[in-house]
Design a protein around this ligand. Sequence first.
Ligand code: SF4
Length: 240
Amino acid sequence: MLIDRLDQYFLREERDRPRDYFYVSEVGKCPRQIYYAVRGFPRPPLDGLTARKLAVGDDAHRRLVQALYGMGIVVAAEVPIPPGNLFHGRCDVIVSLDGKNYVVEIKTAHPYTFEQMASGPRRDHYLQLQLYLHYFGIPQGIVLAENKATQELREFVVPYDKAEVGRVLGQFERLRELIFIRGELPPLPGSEEKRDWEFDQCRYCPYVPFCSENVAALDRTAPEPAPAERVPRETLFDLD
Ligand code: SF4
């Protein structure tokens, strides 16, 4: 009666607009996926189940930030990176504890991923936080993770890592040159690059039909290749 209707209600089209910058959330992503996203290649619609899972993550963010406000320790929330930089993004919240400011990056994690975070934050979460520390000039931050199934929390206090930030900025400067200046499709990632991936991104990639044919530009006069079907039960978002 209702489930199909709710799935239809939550289903939404996802079309990236072409842009000339990167999002902080793209750190750790396949360079080819980034290419297709910044060039506005079409993606399959977000199915109702995945959209509802994302909404649960958004609710957790709101709940935790609200609690931090209630504790009276919030300095600022949803702070954007200053314009004109290579990256765009908004940090979740900045808190003040014992006279020090901390950028807090809130993540909700699938129970499996949460267990993998027993001794440290996920690498892409760590690097995203590092970029905020860099752009805001704050020397420390916290990755705060919530288990999506149990609401258990884990936190990792990390200092600014200048060397890693330099490496990431260098990597994305080269990607900027390749994509925005030379207009080239990045090469297929090899086993070396994939070793850094947190999961098999190809398995959940919405751009397989383009990537497998090495498509670098959209032919607006030709019919679009059928977008890969999104896997409703286990998606990229499950692994966040
Ligand atoms: S299919 Fe794999 S290599 Fe190709 S864009 Fe997607 S993630 Fe990257």
